[in-house]
Design a protein around this ligand. Sequence first.
Ligand code: GDP
Length: 197
Amino acid sequence: SWSSSDSVISSDSAVEAAEPGSPYRVVLLGGSGVGKTAFASIFGGAADSMDSDECDLCGDQVCEKEIEVDGEPATIILLDTWDAETDSELSVERYMQIGDAYLLLYSITDRASFLKASELRITLRRFRPARHTPIILVGNKCDLVRRREVSTNEARACAAVFDCKFIETSTAMQHNVWEAFYGIVRQLRLRRDSKED
Ligand code: GDP
């Protein structure tokens, strides 16, 4: 089902990607060590059942998969492994432009990663001033309760200010990871349906 990686990033038109049946480009954003790779491998499942390829423009792994959400299939192209610390400004801008939706990850055990997520949200707003781009703030590693540095209430309040949804996940426990993807698809469909009206 993997076509060419060019087609993933060639279109800047959100309208095109919002048409029923066409894949949604979902970008994983977040600081180093928050669990982006773990998130992507749950999404991809076993390596042999995953279609993956190098993205020509960003040079990172992309993975395409069809999932069923509320009885309706949806195809997601997950763009992974963006590392804010090491990547160039150009690459950052690229990711900010090509996503139909964003999963903004931090670790609940790492306050610095939470601040990083805030920074990324602000940068994202610069690139995506329109309020329609679905974003979910994802507090990962919620299994590590004793090492928690960011409370659920604080993060929820922050998400409200950020104008995005919020979920806590644990890739280690496989908790809420799929719910995050379902949430993204539901938001994308809401946007699509409101455009059809
Ligand atoms: P990335 O740098 O954002 O891609 O982060 P990784 O996916 O490589 O994860 C960094 C480390 O955190 C690895 O050792 C993971 O095993 C661990 N990790 C990721 N998610 C979780 C989680 O939900 N719970 C726990 N306990 N560890 C996690």
